[in-house]
Design a protein around this ligand. Structure first.
Ligand code: NDP
Length: 300
């Protein structure tokens, strides 16, 4: 059997087109564009690439992109003061501080300083709490994108056995919360799990967010399962996921490739969250059902 390939690139392109439509409607009603501020501290090349592509995508969607670059040795107070300014700026709807931050800066303190209602990354403890308690807030972009891809394959997620491999605050934990909110039966596997293979093997849905290239091979996968590979690992063979695509795609029912699966969804969901924030702040209705269009198919 060969799996259906979940085309995240195409799904994200469609989502971005719908967002651009929503942005143009917002601009007409609010008299301004949604504004996303991105803060980059230091010269980390991967972070610089991410910030550049976020800025480009933001502008392409018709939003205003504001970039702040600070030196790697910036004093934490200077960064916190910038965050306070952005919190107070009425033209800014979303604030993103690119992670990782240099070791002398307490990343949790910076995240906590962002206004939760501008926290379009969804990393603020208040947004984590809102997600856990089912209140509206901002959901981290990568897991949000994963759920959209899952819904393009499964019309109903309720009752499915879902296993999330990884428990980070930015992917694994919010992913598990989102799947729980969809009434999946959720298991989280992490580095101290006794028999990760046994858990993954019984899953209808596997979400891998570990950071170990090709850790999950085809023999781990229950035949017909849907596999979402969040991993982005740079190896000599190029960019690979946490799932061994060659073997897993022989067993899975549907699977995301790396690259071209989850990755493109992350930026698209950042734009989506920024538009949603702008709508909330200016009291302009955003049609979330039309925006998220769970009926779109990403299968190919
Ligand atoms: P972290 O390093 O923060 O977390 C990794 C998680 O994997 C930890 O919870 C860790 O467990 C767990 N883990 C480590 N080894 C094992 C093991 N042998 N068995 C089971 N679990 C294990 O990574 P992130 O969550 O930030 O990222 C995960 C991957 O996703 C990375 O490849 C990253 O590049 C990618 N990523 C991709 C994004 C995208 O846009 N597509 C966005 C964000 C991340 P423990 O907690 O016990 O240490």
């Amino acid at each position: 059997m060969s799996a259906t390939i979940i085309d995240g690139k195409a799904f994200a392109a469609n989502l971005r087109a719908r967002i651009a439509g929503g942005v143009s409607d917002f601009r007409a009603k609010a008299g301004r564009a949604p504004g996303l501020a991105v803060v980059l501290v230091g010269e980390d090349p991967a972070s610089a690439v991410y910030v550049r592509s976020k800025g480009k995508a933001t502008r392409e969607a018709g939003m205003q992109s504001i970039e702040h670059r600070l030196p790697a040795d910036v004093a934490p107070d200077v960064l916190l003061a910038l965050v306070a300014d952005l919190n107070a700026d009425p033209g800014i709807d979303g604030i993103l501080v690119q992670l990782p931050l240099p070791p002398h800066i307490d990343a949790q303190a910076v995240i906590a300083a962002i206004d939760p209602d501008k926290d379009v990354d969804g990393f603020h403890p208040i947004n984590a709490g809102r997600l856990a308690t089912g209140l509206p807030g901002f959901v981290p972009c990568t897991p949000l994108g994963c759920v959209m891809l899952l819904k393009s394959i499964h019309s109903h997620l309720a009752g499915l056995e879902a296993v999330v491999v990884g428990r980070s605050n930015i992917v694994g934990k919010p992913m598990a919360q989102l799947l729980l909110a969809e009434s999946c039966t959720v298991t989280i596997v992490h580095s101290r799990t006794r028999d990760a293979f046994a858990h993954v093997r019984q899953a209808d849905i596997v979400v891998a967010a570990v950071g170990i290239p090709g850790m999950i091979t085809g023999d781990w996968i229950k035949p017909g399962a849907t596999v979402i590979d969040v991993g982005i690992n740079r190896t000599e063979a190029g960019l690979v996921g946490d799932v061994d695509f060659a073997s897993a795609s022989q067993v899975a029912g549907a699977i995301t490739p790396v690259p071209g699966g989850v990755g493109p969804m992350t930026i698209a969901c950042l734009l989506r969250n920024t538009l949603v924030s702008a709508g909330r702040r200016e009291n302009v209705a955003i049609d979330l059902d039309a925006l998220d269009a769970p009926k779109d198919s990403a299968a190919c």
